[in-house]
Design a protein around this ligand. Structure first.
Ligand code: CA
Length: 232
């Protein structure tokens, strides 16, 4: 899961990012409302954590623009402003949750888990592509009954491709997804990760194709469709 934290207090941002990375999330921080607005229109995120008092562009305006672009990922507002009117205004603008600072990281993590669970169907439960099963919440993959041994980066690449099965994704987007694991990651490293994934997926008959000059796509086996997970 790829998260965007929009927060100008660097000490606070560092603490939140450290905790959420330990919890297994890929997370980036935008310290300014304008950066946040640009990143949100160019990159893909599964969830946004939004401060309100920001340089560049107010948090509420970042949210308004996000929803006016029809981007539907969950947004958690984390703000020192505790007025009821303010909370209602932000929820009306399309926020999914509103926490008043100071926020315990354990509570923030619990709210994130809750929102990701009830988010788009693909974020809930199991995704099956032929013989391959992915537990998107537990970050585990199997071929048949056999658990796949994947590194954190291989898992992130697989999750990214599998939730977009049969759609071409650019190498740039894969790079951005894996970026937070290692700031030194290069396009060459992406190719190596994809090669290792190909070998590991071979027994499932699931193929990661390269489209020259465009990117990659995960091709589902001809015999089986992508079975969307059912909601709990
Ligand atoms: Ca602030």
């Amino acid at each position: 899961m790829r998260l965007l934290l929009i927060e100008d207090d660097s000490a606070l941002a560092d603490g939140v990012m450290r905790a959420l990375r330990l919890a297994g999330y890929t997370i980036e921080c935008a310290p300014d409302g304008r950066y946040a607005d640009t990143w949100l229109s160019e990159r893909e995120y599964d969830l946004v954590i939004l401060d309100l008092g920001l340089p560049g562009l107010e948090g509420s305006e970042v949210l308004r623009r996000l929803r006016s672009r029809r981007q539907s990922m969950p947004v958690i507002v984390v703000s020192a402003r505790e007025l009821l009117e303010e909370r209602i205004r932000l929820l009306d603008l399309g926020a999914d949750d509103y926490l008043v600072k100071p926020v315990a990281t354990a509570e923030l993590e619990a709210r994130i888990r809750a929102l990701l669970r009830r988010g788009p169907a693909k974020l809930d439960g199991l995704l099956r592509i032929g013989e391959l099963s992915l537990d998107l919440t537990g970050r585990l993959a199997w071929i048949g009954e056999q658990a796949l041994d994947l590194t954190a980066r291989e898992w992130s690449a697989l999750e990214f491709l599998a939730t977009r099965a049969n759609r071409i994704v650019s190498k740039d987007l894969v790079l951005q997804t894996l970026y937070s694991w290692d700031t030194q990651i290069t396009p060459n490293a992406i190719e190596k990760i994809i090669s290792r994934l190909r070998l590991k997926l071979e027994p499932a008959g699931v193929v990661v194709r390269t489209v020259r000059g465009m990117g990659y796509y995960l091709e589902q086996p001809k015999s089986a469709g992508v079975q969307k997970p059912s909601s709990r």
